[in-house]
Design a protein around this ligand. Structure first.
Ligand code: PMP
Ligand code: GLN
Length: 394
């Protein structure tokens, strides 16, 4: 994990000392200060549906959510989340006892881990991992145990034997992310079935970050882990309006889980933000009820952009790992004669006015991802084309 040296942060506790500033803040600041195209931090450069934006304005004007909303989230949104899980996946959840609204998926991750882990518990997580996973596990005093996704035939794959071998008697929880950031891997039905079997056999809790559930491409399908036998009662599933509706600044996320898990996560969540995003919760409730055409269009738009950026990166000399989900492409910079992703990303704005993310920071051992760089394609096609033009001059 990268960022400031610990001597620059003398008061920070030892558990967080290795984390520094998040790579997303660091690279977005670099994009701003250099006027570069930001393909680093994953946020769209166009807002989500106009009617959803209008719904937020209406809520604000009507005085809905301008004061503290209820702790678990406004009933309209909890009902809409439950309806979405039922409509898309056939998963019934009770809006009153099995849904919790959070300040983005980020808080859902933090509250889930804080609620469910004791110091010393082991958490098995897919590596490279989203940076908040490692930091939140550290905050709980738990221990992260990575299972590394490795390139195989042009894409990153999970080795199920390694996953099995990572589970010990101290393992409390599996932290899964599919579609997976940053690799774009979408776990297959067979892989998920094996993960589920393992969780049941070893009696593990599962926290599954499914924020990119609507962004799956080609023949990939998103199958929630909670749909597998024995999983509903042990699984906390995380969603995000930032990712699904392109309003990352609204910070609306949610979990769905069995009542005892929701109660536990709510116990932690109430002392983090307590509540957040009042008026936006009403707008997201309307967004979740949008017809399938919205979700299909969202996916089709992102797929077209994946292909623009993927082709462009290939033509610029990068090795491209084809993502089957998310809005990120992981590349290898070795064919460009480069070795060090972090140094490459620090220099890239000066060299050609583009910002990207070094995947090395998502590994416990940065060597493992030393030559991997992630580009986000949730940007307008003309912006992607301009970025590609610049990268081709490298
Ligand atoms: N999980 C993953 C895998 C992510 O990529 C992100 C970034 N959006 C989050 C969680 C956090 O989502 P939110 O913005 O809703 O807090
Ligand atoms: N999830 C976004 C990404 O992976 C970043 C969100 C953040 O900055 N916390 O790029």
């Amino acid at each position: 994990m990268t960022g400031m040296t610990s001597s620059a942060r003398p008061h920070l506790n030892r558990r967080l000392a290795e984390f520094g500033t998040t790579i997303f803040a660091e690279m977005s600041a670099l994009a701003l200060s250099t006027g570069s195209i930001n393909l680093g931090q994953g946020f769209p450069d166009t807002d989500g549906p106009e009617e959803v934006r209008e719904a937020a304005v209406r809520a604000l004007r009507d005085g809905r959510g301008n004061q503290y909303p209820p702790g678990p989230g406004v009933p309209e949104l909890r009902t809409a989340v439950a309806a979405h899980q039922l409509r898309r996946y056939g998963l019934p959840y009770d809006p009153d006892t099995e849904v919790l609204v959070t300040a983005g998926a980020t808080e859902a991750i933090a509250a889930s881990l804080l609620a469910l882990l004791e110091p010393g518990d082991e958490v098995v997580a897919l590596e490279p991992y989203y940076d908040s996973y490692a930091a939140c596990i550290a905050m709980t005093g738990g221990r992260r145990v990575p299972v590394t996704l490795r390139p195989h035939d042009g894409a990153f794959r999970l080795d199920l034997d390694e996953l099995r071998a990572a589970v010990t008697d101290r393992t409390r929880l599996l932290l899964i992310n599919t579609p997976h950031n940053p690799t774009g891997t979408v776990l297959t039905r067979a892989e998920l079935a094996a993960v589920a079997e393992l969780a049941v056999e070893r009696d593990l809790l599962v926290v599954t970050d499914e924020v990119y559930e609507h962004l799956v491409f080609d023949d990939a399908e998103h199958v929630p882990l909670a749909t597998f036998p024995g999983m509903r009662e042990r699984t906390v599933t995380i969603g995000s309006a930032g990712k699904t509706f392109s309003f990352t600044g609204w910070k609306v996320g949610w979990i769905t889980a069995a009542p005892d898990l929701v109660t536990a996560v709510r116990s932690a969540k109430q002392f983090l933000t307590y509540v957040a995003s009042g008026p936006f919760q009403y707008a997201v409730a309307e967004a979740l009820a949008l017809p399938d055409a919205y979700f299909d269009g969202f996916r089709a738009g992102m797929l077209a952009r994946r292909d623009v950026l993927g082709e462009g990166l290939r033509s610029a000399g990068f090795e491209v790992y084809q993502p089957r989900g998310t809005y990120f492409i992981t590349t290898d910079i070795t064919p460009l004669g480069e070795k060090d992703a972090y140094a490459f990303c620090r220099a890239l704005p000066e060299r050609c006015g583009v910002v990207a993310i070094p995947n090395s920071v998502f590994y416990d051992d940065p060597e493992a991802g030393r030559s991997q760089v992630r580009f986000a394609f949730c940007k307008r096609e003309e912006v992607l084309a301009e970025a590609v033009g610049r990268l081709r001059r490298l």
